[in-house]
Design a protein around this ligand. Structure first.
Ligand code: P6P
Length: 334
């Protein structure tokens, strides 16, 4: 059977299910081409002269890597001219980026983390790009940050590229999760898995254990039971993985099951978590739910959270449904 390219898949989704229109199809294709360019830049490593710090900080106060800035520029330039977007927003930019007046505007908003996990770049560990697509609110001709402040349940599409041993694009349009592998010779993303499902049970968890003393009681209890293994109430042993690159950790959870936690931390009550709601938690939660998993803050479904700010942070507990529900139960009782 002929390999199915991303282009063909999107066209067939458009014809068969009417899930997407020509503008959304163009948006996904443009983002995928930008991810190819980012993959090539990353793959050059030190030979491309793009490793190391850019000597600047982003709105998060984090030191920007040269590849953070380059990835952001690649995504901006790729999306400005197509006429599919009303505006873009990024982890790397304080405010939304307007579409230049010389180009037509479209009905969609794109918000992204251009290079998630970039602190891993200089040590050659997998990183990724995360993106989320919203509709621009009716009647908003010049979208500002307020236009992006929509609950994650309003997303029309979400995806990520993981730049690992191979480059994958994982995508949902609201009708399942589909995986595309980059064929570097052809330069196209080829469908490699349709309707991916997360196993409901798992024996693997992902959390940064060095923060253990700062977790709230429900997470202390939950992780304590996993670490206790056969000597504790779960009566079985668990394994732990932590790449410190959300895309890599979430992709592993999606592929073989697991639970990923970046819980809120008692060190700073002003911060409800480390990960950003609009361009990390929401797209990943949409994908995880579409794959049959669950995504919670511990207190509520992440996709129901009403954002109050573009770069808002949130606690993230996502993955195999049974485990996420257990943690949420502990938040009710502890
Ligand atoms: P820590 C990367 O900086 C990131 O935003 C996510 O990709 C990752 O899951 C998390 O932070 C890692 O955080 O505190 O373990 O370095």
């Amino acid at each position: 059977m002929q390999p199915v390219s991303l282009t063909r898949f999107l066209l067939e989704e458009q014809r068969a299910k009417g899930l997407i229109n020509a503008d959304l199809r163009l948006l996904i294709e443009v983002v995928s081409r930008a991810c190819k360019s980012i993959s090539i830049a990353i793959g050059k490593g030190s030979l491309g002269g793009a490793l190391g710090s850019a000597g600047s900080e982003n709105v998060q106060g984090e030191v920007q890597k040269k590849l953070d800035v380059l990835s952001n520029e690649i995504l901006l330039e790729a999306n400005e001219w197509g006429g599919h977007l009303a505006a873009l927003a990024s982890e790397e930019m304080d405010d939304p980026h307007p579409i230049p007046h010389r180009y037509p505007k479209g009905e969609y908003l794109l918000v992204f983390d251009p290079l998630d996990g970039s602190s891993n770049i200089d040590v050659n560990i997998s990183v990724g790009t995360i993106f989320s697509v919203l509709r621009c609110p009716d009647g908003v001709s010049e979208p500002d940050a307020q236009a992006f402040l929509q609950p994650g349940a309003k997303q029309v599409a979400a995806g990520y590229a993981v730049y690992g041993p191979n480059t994958l694009l994982v995508l949902t349009l609201g009708d399942g999760v589909h995986v595309f592998t980059l064929d570097r010779e052809m330069g196209s993303f080829i469908l490699s898995q349709q309707n991916l499902r997360i196993p409901e049970e798992t024996s693997e968890f992902a959390i940064n254990m060095s923060n253990q003393r700062h977790w709230e009681a429900p997470v202390q209890r939950y992780i304590g039971e996993l670490v206790a293994g056969t000597t504790g109430p779960r009566a079985r042993d668990f394994n732990m993985r932590w790449v410190a690159s959300m895309v890599a950790d979430v992709h592993r959870v999606l592929t073989r099951g697991g639970i990923f936690l970046y819980p809120r931390d008692t060190r700073d009550s002003s911060k409800p978590g480390k990960l950003r709601l609009l361009y990390e938690a929401n797209p990943m939660s949409f994908i995880v739910e579409q794959a049959g998993g669950a995504a919670s803050t511990g207190h509520q479904r992440i996709l129901d959270v009403q954002p109050a700010a573009l770069h808002e942070r949130i606690a993230v507990i996502l993955g195999s449904k049974n485990e996420v529900e257990r943690v949420s139960e502990y938040h009710k009782t502890v």
